[in-house]
Design a protein around this ligand. Structure first.
Ligand SMILES: C[S@@+](CC[C@H](N)C(=O)[O-])C[C@H]1O[C@@H](n2cnc3c(N)ncnc32)[C@H](O)[C@@H]1O
Length: 455
């Protein structure tokens, strides 16, 4: 593995931008003395590394508890009267698969020392409100695609990207949002990479990738949404890399949106399936990436362009992307759209295809970088700052007030019609019209409760 010292030389402190130095089992900032621990064999370079770890450990625990709960529920279902013999067999197969999955993941998460924590119900109460891009299991299918389902998709991606990059040496390759890291691994091997840094914000994928690069197996299960037959409800998948990588590859837990690298420190940047899932405006993200690249360095992007920001002006079309690159100090060398198979589980009836968007750009000018991105508004970080009165907050007050008014009528005695009679003057509607409205309000409340469970 690449030495920590060599990585440290490229890093800058996420708190104060100071230089980072390697110590025995951690990195630390030379200016503000912030410590960046090594957990799971990779450094966690965040201003509050402890908080990040605590948060992920909680999600791991919660996920394992949830898996355990699913197994108990399946066992109960298996006792229902009048089940078909084949149904019983399918349930038994699922119980077996989920039990094995639980065991394997518990072992995988061990380096993060899960220990005992809050119970399942307490975790349910706390909930875990996360952006979609940072959910523990959000890209689980990518693990199986990268290391378990065979080489077809991985080879197509590698051939496309090596064709575009050409034979030029990669120098220091930084992969942002590397996930389970097959592409980073393949490029490192195919182009004689000497110095690859694979960065992600989710330690689950890094733990998997680390094990793959060490040449070890992982036995996982595929639980496809549309199984092709009874056995395919849960198929065992052996995940393994073709060969181990011993040198020049370093994993890093850090936030791609505020990359913790020194200015002009990276030769080649890869953003695979990332630019449209981060909550930062791509125009601002491009500036941040420009800063860390050396003059003349290349940025290769590969993946979808399904930006899903709340504000439409940030949901860029493919036509807008080259303009954004140009305004941010890049010369666009190549743009390509390629139809590719995508996350095709051999156990699934669904076989998706994606028109993938690839560009290669070269840094030709410096640009001024925006303030660090935080998905949390400043007034949440600063208790002294006035909270701006936004239209959506005002709207939410009315939404919540309406919900509270309705729920407050529940006293264990009243039925829907009686509550509708009480609420009718507030809604300015006849009772008959209020009843379907109450049905929708209560249904949304019930759905909302079950939606709050994610990891
Ligand atoms: C769509 S997946 C793609 C994974 C991988 N590149 C691939 O092609 O399979 C997006 C990846 O970006 C990571 N990610 C999301 N937000 C991130 C952030 N702010 N910093 C670093 N990684 C992030 C996710 O954890 C996930 O691994």
């Amino acid at each position: 593995m690449r030495s920590l010292q060599a990585l440290a030389e490229k890093l800058s402190c996420p708190s104060c931008s100071g230089r980072v130095q390697a110590q025995k089992q951690s990195l630390h900032c030379q200016s503000c003395s912030a410590v960046f621990p090594i957990w799971g064999d990779f450094p966690w370079v965040f201003a509050q590394a402890d908080e990040w770890k605590a948060d992920w450990v909680q999600r791991f625990r919660f996920y394992l508890q949830h898996l355990h709960q699913e197994i108990q529920n399946l066992k109960m279902e298996g006792k229902l009267p009048d089940l078909l013999a084949k149904t019983k067999e399918r349930l038994q197969h699922l119980i077996q698969a989920k039990t094995e999955q639980h065991r394997e993941l518990e072992k995988l998460f061990e380096p993060l020392l899960l220990g005992k924590g809050p119970g399942y119900e307490q975790q349910l109460a706390a909930g875990t409100p996360l952006p979609d891009s940072q959910q523990l299991m959000g890209y689980y299918g990518n693990i199986l695609r990268d290391w378990g389902w065979g080489d077809e998709e991985n080879k197509l991606a590698l051939d496309l990207l090596t064709g575009i990059l050409g034979p030029n040496p990669l120098g220091t390759l930084l992969v942002l949002g590397t996930g389970p890291s097959r592409l980073a691994y393949d490029l490192h091997r195919a182009l004689g990479g000497k110095d690859t840094i694979a960065l992600d914000v989710n330690p689950f994928y890094l733990l998997v990738a680390e094990r793959m690069l060490a040449g070890r197996n992982l036995m996982l299960h595929d639980f496809p949404i549309a199984p092709i037959d009874a056995k395919a409800f849960a198929s065992k998948v052996k995940c393994r890399a073709p060969d181990a990588i011993k040198e020049g590859f370093q994993f890093l837990m850090a936030d791609a949106m505020n990359p913790c690298f020194q200015s002009a420190s990276i030769d080649t940047l890869l953003t695979p399936w990332l630019i449209d899932i981060v909550p930062q405006d791509f125009r601002s993200f491009a500036k941040k990436l420009n800063r860390i690249l050396k003059p003349g360095a290349r940025w290769l992007n590969f993946g979808s362009t399904v930006f899903h920001h709340r504000l439409q002006h940030m949901c860029y079309s493919r036509e807008e992307i080259p303009d954004i690159l140009q305004e941010n100090g890049f010369y666009v060398m190549h743009v390509e759209e390629t139809q590719l198979p995508y996350l095709r589980s051999p156990s699934s009836c669904q076989q998706r295809t994606e028109k993938v968007f690839t560009f290669l750009a070269r840094k030709v000018a410096e640009v001024e970088v925006d303030a660090p991105f935080t998905p949390i508004p400043d007034w949440l970080n600063d208790p002294e700052m006035a909270i701006p009165l936004q239209a959506d907050i005002q709207q939410q007050v009315i939404v919540n007030f309406t919900l509270t008014q309705v729920l407050a009528q529940v006293d264990g005695q009243r039925n829907l019609r009686q509550i509708a009679e009480i609420m009718a003057p507030n809604f300015d509607l006849p009772v008959t019209d209020v009843i379907p409205m109450l049905k929708r309000i209560f249904s949304r409340y019930i759905e909302g409760r079950s939606r709050s469970m994610n990891f």
